[in-house]
Design a protein around this ligand. Structure first.
Ligand SMILES: Nc1ncnc2c1ncn2[C@@H]1O[C@H](COP(=O)(O)OP(=O)(O)OP(=O)(O)O)[C@@H](O)[C@H]1O
Length: 276
C-alpha cells in the first residue's frame, strides 16, 4: 500500500560514497516517509549496507545531503543517530560474545542507580528485567539475560541484536538482514514486530535477501544496482519476478528495454533517483 509522500522522516538527496575506486553509492536519492516500511534490495555489493551505514554516520557521504525531519544533518556516528531517534540492527550484529544478553542489550548505555543517594552503580536488576521483557514481548525469545551471548544460537543472537535497537525506543528502525539466521517461527515474530513497529508509528528500513519477506513486510521497495537506485516500487503491486529482473539488469521494470543498465560502469545519465 503506497500513500502520497507527505511527511518524510529521512530524505537522502544525491548521496555519493566512494571507497577507493569503488563508488558504493552513486547519486542515491531516497525518502523514508513517516510510518512506512521501506525495503532495500539489491544483489551482493549493490550498496545496501553502505546506505544504512551512511544514515547512521559510520560513513560520511562524499557528496549529497541527508535531511532528518526536514532539517539537513551531518550524522557524526551511531550515538548521534540514536539521539536523533534511529535504532539500527547491523548485518554483523556487533555483539560482544563474552558479555551477557542483558549487557549486550544495554551496551554503551548502562542504566545506573544511586547507592545511598551518593555512589552510582549499574542497575543490573533493571537491565535484566528490561532485557527479558524486550526479548519476550517483542521477539518471543526466552533466554536467561545473564547468559553470555557466545552460548546463544544464531537466531537468539539475532533477537538480541534486534532487542538492542529497541532499547532506546527509536522512531526509526534500520534492520540490516534481521532474519538471516532465524528459524521460520522466529522470522514470523520479526514480521510481526515490523508490523507492530509500523502500527505504533515507527518508520522502518529493511534490508533482506528474501524477497518474499520483503514484499510481505514493506510498503515500498527500493531496488539498488551497483550503487544506484533503479526504482522505488509499491510492494503490493510489484511481482517478485520484476524485482529480481531489476536487481539483475539494473533497469526498472517500467523502462523500455534499449537503455543501458544503470550500473557503475554506465555512462548513462541516471534516472534512478525515483522517490515514487
Ligand atoms: N569499508 C569499505 N571499504 C572498501 N570497500 C567497501 C567498504 N564497504 C563497502 N565496500 C564496497 O562497496 C560496495 C557496496 O558494498 P555494500 O556492503 O554496501 O553492499 P551490499 O549491497 O550491502 O552487499 P551484501 O548484500 O553483499 O551485504 C562493494 O563493492 C563493497 O566491496
Amino acid at each position: 500500500m503506497t500513500t502520497e509522500p507527505s511527511n518524510p522522516r529521512i530524505e537522502v538527496e544525491h548521496v555519493k560514497k566512494r571507497f577507493g575506486t569503488v563508488e558504493a553509492l552513486s547519486d542515491v536519492s531516497l525518502t523514508l516517509e513517516d510510518n512506512e516500511v521501506l525495503g532495500l534490495v539489491g544483489d551482493n555489493g549493490a550498496g545496501k549496507s553502505t546506505f544504512i551505514k551512511t544514515l547512521v554516520g559510520i560513513h560520511q557521504p562524499d557528496e549529497g545531503e541527508i535531511r532528518f525531519n526536514g532539517e539537513p544533518v551531518t550524522i557524526d556516528g551511531p550515538k548521534h543517530a540514536r539521539t536523533l531517534g534511529i535504532g539500527t540492527v547491523y548485518q554483523d550484529l556487533a555483539l560482544v560474545d563474552e558479555l551477557s544478553v542483558a549487557e549486550n542489550l544495554f551496551l554503551g548505555r548502562m542504566p545506573v542507580k544511586k547507592l545511598g543517594g551518593v555512589v552510582s552503580v549499574v542497575d543490573k536488576e533493571y537491565m535484566k528485567q528490561e532485557a527479558e521483557r524486550i526479548l519476550s514481548e517483542h521477539l518471543n525469545i526466552h533466554v536467561d539475560p545473564d547468559t553470555p551471548v557466545e552460548y546463544l544460537s544464531g537466531g537468539e543472537r539475532q533477537a538480541v541484536a534486534i532487542g538492542r535497537a529497541l532499547v532506546t525506543d527509536p522512531d526509526i528502525v534500520l534492520l540490516d538482514e534481521p532474519t538471516s539466521a532465524l528459524s521460520k517461527a522466529a522470522v514470523e515474530h520479526v514480521e510481526e514486530l515490523v508490523k507492530q513497529l509500523r502500527a505504533s508509528g515507527h518508520s522502518v528500513i529493511l534490508i533482506d535477501h528474501n524477497l518474499e519477506e520483503v514484499l510481505s513486510m514493506t510498503d515500498r521497495v527500493a531496488v539498488l544496482f551497483q550503487g544506484r537506485v533503479v526504482d522505488v516500487v509499491d510492494a503490493e503491486s510489484v511481482t517478485r519476478d520484476d524485482v529480481v529482473s531489476m536487481m539483475v539488469s539494473g533497469r526498472s521494470a517500467h523502462e523500455d528495454g534499449d537503455d543501458e543498465p544503470l550500473g557503475r560502469q554506465s555512462d548513462a545519465t541516471s534516472s534512478s533517483s525515483s522517490t515514487a
